[in-house]
Ligand binder design. Sequence first.
Ligand code: ADP
Length: 748
Amino acid sequence: MNHYFEPIHFSGSIQPHGILLVLSDPELTLVCVSANIQEQFGISEDLLNQSLSTLLDVQVVDAIRQSLHLIDSASPIKLQESILVSERSFNGLVHRTENFIILELEPTLPLGLFSVPAFVRRAIAKLRQVSSSHEFLHLLTQELRRITEFDRVMVYQFDQYEAGTVMAEAKRDDLPSYLGLHYPATDIPEQVRALYARGLLRFIPDLTAQSISLVAACDPLMQQRLDLSLAVLRGVDPCCVEYHQNMGVAAIMVIALIHNQKLWGLIACHHQTPKYVPYEVREACELLGEFVSLELAKKVNSEELDYIIKLRSLQSEFVESISQVDNLKEALVNPAPRLLDLVNATGSAIYLEDEITLVGVTPTVEQVRVLIQWADTQVKDALFHTDSLPKLYPEAVVFKDVASGLVLLQISKVRRYYILWFRPEVLQTVNWAGDPNASITISTDGSVTLSPRQSFEKWQETVRLTSLPWKACELDQALDLRSAIVGIVLNKADELARINQELERTNQELDSFSYAASHDLKEPLRGIHNYSMLLLKGYESVLDQVGKNRLQTLIRLTRRMESLIDVLLKFSRLGQAELHLVPTDLNQLVNQVLEDLRVSHQDIQPDIRIPRLLPTVVCDPILINEVFMNLLSNAFKYNDKAEQWISIGYLEQKEGGRQGARDISFNSHTPSLPHSLITFYVQDNGIGIRARHLETIFRLFKRLHEQNLYGGGTGAGLTITKKIIERHGRQIWVESTVGIGSTFYFTL
Ligand code: ADP
C-alpha cells in the first residue's frame, strides 16, 4: 500500500502520552474517546454518550461551556488551569472541528529554571541583528537548539519542485551533518505539507510508542467525519515512523516557515531518544517560527533585490568594457566568467556569423551549431529560454549534463549573431541525502515495501532533464545586454561610416594631387629630355666619349622617369574614374589578352590550361582586361622552367575563400570571404615568391629583381591590378612557394 495517499489526518489514532476526548457541540457529551481513557482515569465504566462532567470537575466543564464562543478551529487553546486526572496534572487543549469540540489532555512537564519567553526574546534580539538570510537561519538553528535541547535542529527550504534542501543546521558534535543535502518532495507527503502550510507545529515525542486507537459511540462512520488535523496528539503515520527510524530519530518537532502564504520551508528538530517537550516551550517555539517567517520574507525580498543590483552593476561594468574595444567577440569572451555571471550560467557560446566561440562548460561546437538552428525557430522578442531543453529538443539528451537549461539571445538575425547560455541538469548539481536506493526492500513474497528512500526515484523523475530555472531578472539581464550590444554596434557602424567617408575624401584628394603633380612634373622632365637631346646632337664634336655616355644615361633616366610618372598618372586616374559595369564574357577577354601576350613574348610560349569555360561576370571590361594582362604577363615573365604552364580558372562557390587553398599547399595570405563571390585564379609553375614578399609585391614600384631581369618592369602592375579589384569592391591575394610556382586569386 502506498502510505503517501492515505488521508493521514483521519488516521483515527493518537499518540499514547495523552488522552483525547471528542465532544458533541455544544452539549459536551463524549462521542469518541481514546482507548486509553479508562486506564488513565483509573475507571472501568463505559464513558461514551456520557456528559463530560462525569469525567472532569464540574467547574472545569462549566468554564469550558461558558467559553465555547472563544473556541475556534484556528488552533488548540490551552486552558489556564491544569486538570487533575488520577492525581496527575494535565494541560487541557481545546479546539473545534466542523462537527465537534475536541479536548486533549497532555501531561504537564516540569519547566526549567528560567522562563522560556525570556530565551525566545533573546533569540529574537540576536536574530534581528543579522542581515544575510544564510546567517539568520544558522543563528536560528543554534538558538532553537539552545531552547529545546534537541540533538539536531535543521532548516529546510523547498525549491520549485518542492524538494527540500538543508540550509542551516545545529547539532550534537558526534552526529553526521546533513547540511546542504537535498530531500525529494515526496519525503514530506502533500497532506502533511498542507497541514504545515496552515502554520502548525507538529510534535512527536516518541516515534516508537504504540499509538492508541479511538473508540467511538454508536456511529461507526463518525471516525471518518472526525478531522484530527489540528489535534496535538494526532497519531503518527507509519511511513513517517519508518522514515525517521531509518535516520535513527526517536522524537521530532517540526515548525512551518511560511512566505507569501506558501510553505517556504520547515524547521525540523530531531532527537535520538524519546523527548517530551513542555507545552510552554513548544508554544514559544511556534511564536519564534512566526517571527522567523515574517523576518524571512523581508530577507528573501531584500536578497532578491541585492541580487538584481549585483547583476545590474555587473552588466554596466561589462557593457562599459565591451564598448571600449574594437573586437566585440574578444570583449565578450575575456575574461570569461563575466559573461557567465551575467545570468548565472555555467557555460556560454557566442555565435558570430559562422564562427562559434565557447566559454565554460558547454556542448561541442557542432552540437551548438545544430542547436542554434532549432532554437532560432523558437525565438520570441529576441529571446528563447527553457529549463528543460531535452524535453523540447530531444537531441539535447546527449549533453543534458551541461545544457539542460538554455537561454538563446538573438542579437541580429540578419548578421546571424547570437549569445547562448547553458545550465546543467539539476541532478548533477544536487547533493543527494543518503543512498537513494538503499532502503527499497523486497520481501520473500515479492512485495515491495515503499520506504521513503524510494521517493528518490520519483524525485529524480521530476527533475530529470531540467536545470535550475532562469530567474526573471536574469532574463532581463540578457535582453539588456542585447540592447547594449546593438547600441554599441550601431555606434561603431556610424563611426566606421564616418571614417570611410573621410578616407574616401582624402583618397580623392590624394589622387587628384598625384595626378596634378605627375602632370606638372612631366613638363620640366620633357624639357630636360629635349635639352639633353639637343646637347648630344648640337655639341657632338665638342663632347668627348665620357660626356656623351653621361648624356645618354641622362636621357635613359628621363625616359624611365617618364614611364614611372605615366604609371602614377594612370594610378591616380584609376581612383577617380567611374566604373563601367557590364556583363562580360571572360573567355573572350582572356583569349584576347593571351593573343596579345603571345605576340609580345614570342620567345616564351607556355602551355596555357583553362580547365573549364570561364563565366560571364558583371565588371568593367577594360579594367578587368588590365587585370588579366598584368597577371598573365607576370606569369609569362617570372618563369625559368623548361616546361612552362599557366592555368586560368575559378573555384566552385563552396570552395571559395580560405578553403580554396586546401588542394594547393602554398604559403598564403588569404582573407576570408563572403560565399556568394566567384574566386578566379591565375596559376603558374614559375619562380615563386618568398612568404615575406607576399604582401609587399602589391606596393607601388615594388620589384623583387634588378631592373633588367625577367624582362624588366616598373613594379606597378600588381598595384594597379589590386586597385582595380578593390575598385570593384573585391579582394586579391596570392599563394606561392619559391621554385614551384604562384597562384594569384581574386574575387569578382
Ligand atoms: P613588375 O612585373 O612590373 O615588376 P608587378 O607589380 O607586376 O611589377 O610585380 C611586382 C613583383 O612581384 C615583380 O617584380 C616580381 O618580382 C613579383 N611577381 C609578380 N608576379 C609574379 C609571378 N607570377 N611569379 C613570381 N614573381 C612574381
